[in-house]
Design a protein. Structure first.
Length: 386
């Protein structure tokens, strides 16, 4: 019996089963895998890990980062208003010394600086000792590309209160200022009691131009023009920068009378022209600049501004709109964020696609010539008479 059992060679049966096992089944199963399921997995993966970005962030952390973002914004604005970056320009300071310099409560400032250092705005070089970074350096008053005034303005009453009405904006489509103040923001600015806010806003626009103006001037050949009109040009920083590349040209700074009167340090080749661009613009220019003007207004209002320019410009003149161009793709872009600021703050203003700019120009008697890209989020949208 034992001999018989030992001669059965039991190992052959598993071997035969293994040999009969189909090798194509896994391939068939893979082939039958629903394409929709694979697409959902890919979309989920893309949502948690942006291409070329940091490692995947848990959805809870991603959401909390967005929810707490307002804290960073307001803290940057507050420290800029206290001129903390200016105080740190000479080197790191312990928080008690820093508080003494800027006139702040020691513990409150320490806690705020600790949070901003963790966000990469400032640096905590030793426990309680803070220093500037390349980010906070841009908030210094004397930095050549200072964004200090923009940082202060973004959480001032003119913007902070209307943004607090975003739910009503989404429900009604009416602007935040309509809900917060009862009027549009530019009418609100002109009230005597809001003069301080108007000054903050104009300083912020100059601040914003300090980083973009050199890029605009370097991205287009302005040297062929003889008279450059900056429509809605604020305090004239962009116009001054552009004229440095056009030595044979003169400039006209066109804005509301109270704005151009506050433009200090204008060179002799720039003329002030107070007025209302909805009514008229200075005539005889061969280049009309509009930086961050078109995106403030509805289509009909933009057509009115552009039509006034078309009627005033020389026959071979050019219109240069300096604005973001909304991409047609689903990719992230700064224009998509600025567009929501226009939704919250203006009466029909928005960021526009290239095609939408072309349609505005056509309605105003102009034609799109070319979109010139810059290293910044803004483009130069060039138009001529149709």
């Amino acid at each position: 019996m034992a001999k018989k059992k030992g001669g059965k060679k039991p190992a052959k049966k598993p071997a035969r089963k293994a040999a009969k096992k189909p090798t194509r089944k896994p391939a068939k199963k893979a082939a039958k895998k629903p394409a929709k399921k694979a697409a959902r997995k890919a979309a989920k993966k893309a949502a948690t890990k942006p291409a070329g970005g940091p490692p995947p962030m848990p959805p809870e952390m991603h959401l909390m980062q967005g929810l707490f973002g307002f804290m960073v914004t307001k803290a940057i604005s507050a420290t800029a208003a206290l001129n903390v970056p200016d105080a740190l320009h000479g080197g790191p300071l312990y928080y008690t010394n820093l508080a003494s310099v800027v006139g702040a409560n020691q513990r409150a400032l320490h806690r705020t600086m600790r949070m901003l250092a963790s966000a990469g705005v400032f640096a905590e070089v030793a426990p309680g000792t803070y220093a500037n970074t390349p980010v906070s350096d841009l908030l210094r008053t004397e930095h050549p590309a200072s964004m200090r005034d923009m940082a202060v303005m973004i959480t001032s009453d003119s913007h902070w209160l209307p943004w607090g009405k975003l739910e009503e904006v989404l429900r009604t489509g009416e602007s935040g200022p309509r809900h917060a103040f009862g009027v549009d923001v530019f009418t609100w600015f002109q009230a005597e009691e809001n003069r301080g806010q108007w000054e903050i806003f104009n300083a912020a626009m100059t601040s914003f131009s300090s980083s973009t103006a050199p890029l605009v001037a370097a991205s287009y050949d302005f040297s062929r023009f003889r008279k450059i009109v900056d429509v809605g040009g604020g305090h004239g920083l962009l116009l001054k920068t552009v004229l440095q590349t056009a030595p044979n040209a003169s400039g006209v700074l066109c804005d509301l009378p109270g704005v151009v009167e506050g433009a200090n340090g204008l060179p002799a080749n720039i003329e002030r022209a107070g007025g209302d661009f909805f009514q008229s613009v200075p005539a005889g220019g061969d280049c009309y600049l509009l930086k961050h003007i078109i995106h403030d207004w509805s289509d009909d209002q933009c057509v009115q501004i552009l039509r006034n320019i078309a009627g005033a410009m020389n026959p071979e003149g050019r219109v240069i709109v300096v604005d973001a161009v909304m991409p047609e793709s689903v990719d992230p872009h700064p224009a998509k964020f600025m567009d929501i600021n226009m939704l919250a703050m203006t009466e029909g203003g928005c960021e526009r696609t290239e095609q939408e700019f072309a349609q505005l120009f056509q309605r105003a008697g102009l034609k799109l010539i070319k979109v010139h890209h810059t290293p910044s989020p803004v483009c130069l949208i060039e138009a001529a008479k149709a």
